[in-house]
Design a protein. Structure first.
Length: 255
């Protein structure tokens, strides 16, 4: 299983570099696209293997969440790139996926084999919907940040409405994740909201993107300020996962 992680990482890294070097050359873009798809296949293999070994969906640990987050991110990008001619966004998006997988491989290696029985609080059907909507929202914010970075460097004229739609969908998914998590928390701990560090930073993330969606309607905020806010929101997403996980303790400490 560990070897599959390294193989996926190599594919993602080479794909990202190829995207950066493609310079709008169609042949190189196709190669980078194929490499990303190969990395995605190995990413899926890892998730399937962990699911078969544990006998459940691989969603119960921070390591599993990260693998799922990466998988959905790359899948979203490949679907988007197949539909729209802005594959140069693959450079930053796939590089983020590679860096996240590097974190899983080198920062969290002790958790790669951690398939222990679920704690009682996690034995709930709410686990699946809460974690999947959270991972999908994070993935959407990653794609939006990659598109915004391309726009900031004027590598391609991506329509702002495209970024707006990606953020809108991701915001809706994050909202659902927070609601599902609150319902689950009430059933597990008797309270919908406890200001756990991860809950608090999920709310901060929600507010940042809510501000973006509101300001986007004002013409003076479009362009660079809007794209910078999308990138800033993604940095907060990363802190919500990595920073909160390693710097604070709380009910989400198991992740």
């Amino acid at each position: 299983m560990t070897s599959a992680v390294y193989i996926a990482l190599v594919f993602y890294l080479i794909s990202s570099i190829t995207f950066f070097w493609s310079g709008f050359k169609n042949s190189l873009e196709k190669m980078a696209f194929s490499l990303a798809a190969a990395g995605l296949a190995f990413n899926l293999v890892i998730l399937v293997m962990r699911g078969r070994i544990s006998g459940r969906l691989p969603l119960s640990s921070g390591y599993d969440f990260l693998l799922t987050f990466i998988f959905i991110t790359v899948l979203m990008f490949l679907i988007y790139a197949a539909k729209y001619p802005v594959r140069n966004a693959g450079g930053p998006v796939i590089m983020i996926a590679a860096l996240l997988l590097s974190a899983a491989a080198f920062i969290m290696p002790d958790k790669s084999s951690g398939l222990a029985p679920l704690p009682p609080a996690l034995r709930s059907p709410w686990l699946t919907v809460h974690v999947l909507t959270a991972a999908a929202s994070y993935s959407g914010f990653t794609l939006a940040a990659g598109l915004a970075a391309v726009q900031l460097h004027k590598l391609n004229q991506i329509r702002e409405e495209t970024i707006y739609r990606v953020v809108s969908l991701s915001f809706a998914l994050l909202s659902l994740s927070i609601v599902f998590g609150a319902v689950w928390a009430e059933q597990a701990w008797g309270s919908y909201w406890s200001w756990d560090p991860k809950e608090t930073w999920a709310l901060v993330t929600w507010i940042v993107y809510a501000v973006y969606l509101h300001l986007h309607r004002q013409s003076k905020w479009r362009g660079k300020p809007s794209n910078l806010l999308v990138v800033a929101g993604f940095i907060i997403v990363l802190f919500t996962f990595f920073g909160v996980t390693y710097l604070f303790s709380g009910m989400h400490s198991y992740s």
